[in-house]
Design a protein around this ligand. Structure first.
Ligand code: CO
Ligand code: CO
Ligand code: CO
Length: 319
């Protein structure tokens, strides 16, 4: 990404320079467009559920900016001559159902013949130009709130090896299908300093982007990290996704790992998430209010998992 030439004009509020979740473009004094694109390969066997998860994952980047999603376009890759078309229809129906739950209309899209199915959305949303919640404005002293438990990548890997329990599987699916809408509306209401959603780079990867873009460091309290049922056991048995290793490499240089902590816990903190939760950087004085709103709205994991610290080296201390 660092080699890309960014072409910007004065309307641009957020571009790819800070590895944020979506682009933001000001079109008036009180209105900015927020746009994102995301598509994934199947993480579950059931096509309708895959559609729901992929749509939830795509819309999440709009919520992570504190914006309101309005409409979307489908992006589809599908082996048209090899797989029955009713599978594709089920994927699209699942996507449309989730979009409807988010009050998002799907207005069209594009598909290509592809060996491996792929599905996702281009999503357009709106936000007040002064109310954009970036990933680059975390402040020392903020608490870090994570709104979904970690472990979906590990569970998906275990499912493929037929090693996942029914309980882990259903919890992971439920989490992947949960819109970040409630969490996003809560943080907008309270007013927070920064946010990103936790997806392919894992918790530490996305936190790394946040602290680097914000010019700060962070502390993560391992014992406060919410985890999907059964995931620690899978980590113990070395059931981890391939992608975790490049995520570990991505953050390793900036990582200060507590010597008393189990080393394999890094696989959980770097586990690539599909449709993960929001990682919210909230001022200390507003933390209790945010946690209360989230808890009242039944967002399951609402403890503070760490804090932002002053550190020009952008280190992440895991304690
Ligand atoms: Co994102
Ligand atoms: Co994304
Ligand atoms: Co970088």
């Amino acid at each position: 990404m660092h080699q890309l030439q960014f072409i910007t004009d004065s309307h641009v509020i957020v571009d790819a320079g800070t590895s944020d979740d979506a682009s933001v473009y000001k079109i008036g004094d009180d209105l900015a467009l927020v746009q994102t694109v995301d598509y994934i390969t199947p993480v579950v066997d059931d096509p309708y559920t895959f559609g729901e998860i992929a749509a939830t994952n795509s819309i999440s980047d709009i919520y992570a900016m504190g914006a309101k999603p309005l409409f979307a376009l489908n992006i589809v890759g599908f082996p048209i001559s090899k797989v029955p078309i009713k599978i594709l229809e089920a994927i699209l129906q699942g996507g449309a159902a989730k979009a409807a739950e988010a009050s998002v209309s799907i207005l069209g899209g594009h598909s290509v013949d592809d060996d491996e199915p792929k599905f996702g959305l281009v999503v357009t949303g709106v936000v007040h130009p002064d109310k954009v919640i970036k990933n680059s404005t975390a402040q020392a002293g903020d608490n870090l709130i994570l709104t979904k438990p970690l472990g979906t990548g590990i569970v998906n890997t275990a499912v493929k090896a037929e090693l996942a329990s029914e309980e882990s599987m259903s919890e992971a699916i439920r989490m992947m299908k949960t819109l970040n809408r409630v969490a996003s509306e809560a943080m907008v209401k309270v007013g927070v300093n920064a946010c990103t959603d936790v997806t392919g780079f894992g918790l530490l990867g996305h936190l790394h982007e946040m602290v680097e873009a914000s010019g700060v460091g962070a502390k993560i309290n391992l014992s406060q990290i919410p985890v999907i049922t059964g995931v620690w056991k899978l980590v113990d048995d070395w059931i981890v996704p391939e992608g975790v290793h490049s995520n570990v490499e991505f953050v390793q240089e900036k990582l200060e790992w507590g010597s008393h902590l189990p080393e394999d816990a890094i696989y959980l903190l770097c586990d690539p998430q599909t449709s993960g939760g929001l990682l919210i950087s909230v001022p200390q004085a507003k933390t209790d209010e945010l946690i209360k709103i989230l808890a009242d709205a039944n967002v399951e994991t609402v403890t503070s998992v760490g804090e932002i610290i002053a550190d020009k080296e952008n280190r992440i201390y895991v304690t």
